[in-house]
Design a protein around this ligand. Structure first.
Ligand SMILES: [Zn+2]
Length: 384
C-alpha cells in the first residue's frame, strides 16, 4: 500500500481501527512528513471527525499528541422496511442506537405513502434523540426485495406492488437533504451481523430463513452484490429432495419450496413461520421433525457453498432462527458431513446475535461505511 499518498480519509481509517493514535505513530505508519500529518489532522479536527484523546487535553497549551475517532460527529438515520413491519433508528457513527421506533407498515401501500410516512417518522425520531437534521450525515434503508444498489431502485420486487423501478433516493433526498443509500433487507442484515458480531471475520454468509430463504455474502469485509445485485438468492437453488415441489417462482425443486417458513407452515397447517416456531418451542414432535429436516435441506445447499466460497462463519437468521438448535443441528449435521474438511476445519455455524435489530443496524452500517470511506472523508474535508 502506498502510504505516501495517504489523505485525511486514510488517516481517519487508521485512527478508527486503532492501528495508530498519536502523531508519531501516524508518521511512522504512513511515511508522511510531520507537517503533512499535522495539516491533515487539523482538517479532521476542523470537521470534528476526530477529537484530541483525553490524556492530550491535560497537556497544557501544546498541540494534542493523540487522537480518537469522534463517534458523535454526525448521526445516521436507518430504516429496515419489511413486508408488513418497519423498524427505524437514529444511530451514532458506531451504530450505537440513540433512538428507535417500530411500527406495522405495509410495504404494499406503495412507495409514495410508505416513504412519506418514513420522512415524518424520521423527523419525530430525530427530535426524540435530541438531534437536528443538520447533524445527519445520511440515511440507510433496507427494502424487502431486490434493489439496484447504485441507483436505489427496487427491481421487479415480488411483494412490493408499485415499487418496481421507483427512485427512492429522489423521493427522500430533497426532504431530508442528506445522501440516501438503499439495499436489499438480507444484505443489510448481513452487514449488521458482521459489524456487531464478527468484525474480525473476513468471509461470512448470513442466511435469512423467513417465509422465504435468502442470503447475504460478505467477502473481505465487504458486501458481495454480484453483477446485477442478485447474489445470495439461495432460496431458489435446486435441491434433490424438492424435485417435484413447485415453488412460488414457477420452477420446481427450489430449497425455499420445502425448507422456507411458508412451506413448513403449509405442511403443519398453520398460518405462518412464526406459528411453526411456536409449535417447535412448545415441543410439538412433528414440527421439530420438520424444522430439523429443513435444517438438513438448507445444509445441503450450504455444504456446496462452503466448498465453493470457504466462509469463516455462517449465521442463520430470520424468524425461523428462533426455532433455535433444531434448525442449526440439521444444518451442521449436513455441512460438516458433506463439505471438505479443509473448508470446515475452522467453520463456525451459529444463530444470529442481533435478532430483529440486524436490519436496522445494518442499514446504519451501510451509510457509515460510505460516509467514512477515505474518498468521502477527503471530499468532506476539501469542501469544509
Ligand atoms: Zn423458486
Amino acid at each position: 500500500m502506498t502510504m505516501e499518498i495517504a489523505g485525511a480519509g486514510a488517516l481517519l481509517t487508521i485512527l478508527r481501527d486503532g492501528r495508530a493514535r498519536t502523531r508519531a505513530e501516524l508518521m511512522e505508519l504512513t511515511g508522511l512528513a510531520r507537517s503533512t500529518v499535522s495539516q491533515r489532522l487539523d482538517a479532521l479536527l476542523d470537521q470534528q471527525w476526530i477529537i484530541p484523546a483525553d490524556d492530550a487535553i491535560s497537556s497544557g497549551g501544546r498541540p494534542a499528541a493523540a487522537f480518537t475517532f469522534n463517534a458523535g460527529a454526525r448521526v445516521v438515520l436507518a430504516a429496515d422496511l419489511g413486508a408488513t413491519h418497519a423498524r427505524l433508528a437514529v444511530t451514532d457513527l458506531t451504530t450505537q442506537v440513540l433512538a428507535e421506533h417500530s411500527e406495522d407498515v405495509a410495504i404494499a401501500d406503495g412507495p409514495e405513502r410508505v416513504l412519506d410516512w418514513l420522512v415524518t417518522a424520521f423527523h419525530r425520531l430525530l427530535a426524540e434523540s435530541g438531534h437536528t437534521l443538520d447533524q445527519v450525515c445520511g440515511t440507510g434503508i433496507g427494502l424487502p426485495g431486490p434493489v439496484e444498489h447504485e441507483t436505489g431502485r427496487p427491481v421487479n420486487p415480488p411483494i412490493m406492488p408499485g415499487w418496481d423501478g421507483f427512485d427512492v433516493p429522489a423521493r427522500l433526498g430533497p426532504r431530508l437533504g442528506v445522501p440516501i443509500l438503499v439495499d436489499n433487507d438480507v444484505n443489510i442484515m448481513a452487514l449488521g451481523e458482521h459489524w456487531a458480531a464478527s468484525p474480525e471475520v473476513e468471509h461470512l454468509i448470513f442466511v435469512k430463513v423467513g417465509t422465504g430463504i435468502g442470503s447475504g455474502i460478505i467477502t473481505e469485509h465487504r458486501l458481495h452484490r454480484g453483477a446485477q445485485g442478485a447474489a445470495g438468492d439461495i432460496g431458489h437453488i435446486c435441491v434433490p429432495s424438492a424435485a417435484h415441489v413447485v415453488c412460488r417462482c414457477g420452477n420446481t425443486g427450489c430449497l425455499e419450496a420445502i425448507a422456507g417458513g411458508g412451506a413448513l407452515a403449509a405442511q403443519l397447517d398453520v398460518a405462518n413461520g412464526r406459528e411453526v416456531v411456536r409449535l417447535v418451542r412448545a415441543g410439538d414432535a412433528r414440527a421439530i421433525q420438520l424444522i430439523r429436516q429443513a435444517g438438513r435441506d438448507l445444509g445441503d445447499v450450504l455444504a456446496s457453498l462452503v466448498n465453493f466460497f470457504n466462509p469463516g462463519v455462517i449465521i442463520i437468521g430470520g424468524d425461523m432462527a428462533d426455532a433455535g438448535e433444531h434448525l442449526l443441528a440439521g444444518v451442521r449435521e449436513v455441512v460438516y458431513r458433506r463439505s471438505l474438511p479443509l473448508a470446515t476445519q475452522h467453520l463456525n455455524i451459529r444463530s444470529r446475535q442481533l435478532g430483529d435489530r440486524a436490519g436496522v443496524i445494518g442499514a446504519s452500517v451501510l451509510m457509515i461505511e460510505h460516509i467514512l470511506s477515505p474518498g468521502t472523508v477527503d471530499l468532506s474535508v476539501a469542501s469544509g
